[in-house]
Design a protein around this ligand. Structure first.
Ligand SMILES: Nc1ncnc2c1ncn2[C@@H]1O[C@H](COP(=O)(O)OP(=O)(O)O)[C@@H](O)[C@H]1O
Ligand SMILES: [Mg+2]
Length: 415
């Protein structure tokens, strides 16, 4: 979530010369501009309005079947705590905490129950999650207020599909995206114009009402997921969400744009509290079902939201105001990954750094929990080995390059 430094044209005109007292008229080098400088201000209210529990009440008929379980401080502290203790009423109870001090703190109580066991810590919420998974057909796609733990799916055979509470705890506690929701939800927001904390306490990180979002699992075809950029209540642009080339999408372009625009105009355009936001939708594959566009998520119109096949600079330059009637009739650009696009190549590699893990991690995920625990214990060694391997490859390459230069020089001398 770092702010990106952009190669934007300096406002004072290009100049490599630093300001000099000897030539006061010479133009000065403007400081590099960042995305934040060109973005409309992002307020905490914008972020809050994109919290799933906040918007879902209004749009429940547009999303897959969802239940939201309010989370108390004990649950949130469990998520924040180091180490993972999984519920004792599931197949595997293991603490992955390797810190000896913490181990002491977490040690068994008189009855032999680990104090961080969810069955003991938050029995009601734990039971509620179990019941809700059952109610939703046995499989759910979980998320916290803003994020799903998709960067941690190496723990669960590359999927966010969860069948029991322990699956959710494992994913959440392994995910940096979830940590972001817990610790940094309002980072990079400006405070100006924000209501006083006593008027709207949830605008303080410490008072955010967290909710566990459980969505009935269904088999999504990633080629039909789209991210839609809205500014000034105009749908400006749409990007494929999965960055791979899908031949058939090109022929469907007109129909897809039409479906998405109609969905936006009818359901979101005038009802979402802010004029600027980014929504994700899913269009079912079969023509009969296609009438129904699903709302998957709503994200802030902010640098932290991935612009996918667009760049934020590009999106911010698109005209977004003007004649109302014209706005209604204007269709957004739908951008797809073309055959041979560099995007398709670069994104064919895993999208999150954690997915760039060695095969044994993925394998552990595939083999089930025991293998994961086994693997987790060896994690540090594996990382050490990976780093050593990278360093060796770098060193070898350097030796090879040096030798090549030497050989070239010798060949040159012989000529
Ligand atoms: N009900 C569901 N069933 C199966 N997969 C889902 C479901 N809802 C979302 N997903 C998948 O999870 C991904 C991430 O969900 P999303 O809510 O957009 O999280 P994030 O904001 O972290 O990207 C989606 O792109 C979709 O592929
Ligand atoms: Mg999102």
């Amino acid at each position: 979530m770092s702010s990106t430094t952009l190669d934007l044209e300096a406002t004072g005109g290009p100049s490599d010369a630093p300001a000099s007292p000897a030539s006061p008229a010479s133009p000065t080098l403007a400081p590099a501009r960042t995305l934040r400088d060109i973005f409309p201000p992002v307020y905490k209210t914008h972020i809050l309005n994109c919290s799933y529990p906040k918007w879902h009440t209004k749009y429940r008929s547009l999303t897959p079947k969802t239940r939201i379980i309010p989370l108390d401080d004990t649950f949130v502290s469990y998520l924040r705590a180091d180490g993972i203790v999984l519920p004792s009423d599931e197949d595997q109870i293991t603490s992955l905490d390797t810190d000896s001090e913490d181990e002491e703190e977490d040690s068994d109580d008189e009855e032999g129950t680990p104090q961080l066991d969810p069955c003991v810590l938050f029995p009601e919420i734990h039971q509620k999650i179990k019941d809700t998974i059952h109610e939703l057909g046995g499989k759910v796609a979980p998320k916290l207020n803003w994020s799903s733990p998709k960067d941690a799916t190496f723990m669960t055979a590359n999927t966010v599909e969860c069948r029991k509470p322990g699956d959710i705890y494992l994913l959440f506690k392994s995910s940096d995206f979830i940590t972001h929701d817990l610790e940094h939800a309002y980072d990079e927001c400006i405070d100006e114009g924000v209501p006083a904390p006593e008027e709207q306490p949830e605008l303080e990180q410490a008072n955010i009402p967290y909710g566990l979002v459980l969505r009935k699992w269904f088999k999504i075809n990633p080629s039909m997921e789209f991210r839609c950029f809205v500014r000034g209540r105009r749908l400006l642009a749409v990007s494929q969400r999965e960055l791979n080339h899908f031949e058939f999408l090109e022929d469907m372009k007109r129909e897809l744009v039409y479906c998405i625009k109609e969905f936006f105009d009818e359901n979101l355009r005038y009802t979402f509290p802010d004029g600027d936001f980014v929504f994700d939708c899913y269009i079912p594959m079969t023509e009969a079902e296609r009438k129904k566009v699903w709302l998957i998520d709503i994200n802030p119109f902010a640098p932290r939201t991935d612009p996918l096949l667009f760049s934020w600079v590009e999106l911010l330059e698109l005209p977004f105001d003007g004649d109302e009637a014209e706005g209604r009739g204007r269709y957004p650009e739908l951008r797809l990954v073309k055959k041979g696009d560099p995007e398709a190549y670069s994104f064919a590699t895993p999208q999150y750094s954690t997915s760039k893990l060695p095969q044994e991690v993925v394998q552990a995920g595939l083999e089930g929990e025991e293998a994961i625990w086994e693997f987790a214990k060896r994690w540090k060694d594996i990382v050490g080995q990976m780093e050593a391997k990278d360093k060796k490859a770098e060193d070898d390459k350097k030796v090879e390059d040096d030798k090549k230069v030497e050989d070239d020089e010798k060949a040159e001398e012989r000529k």
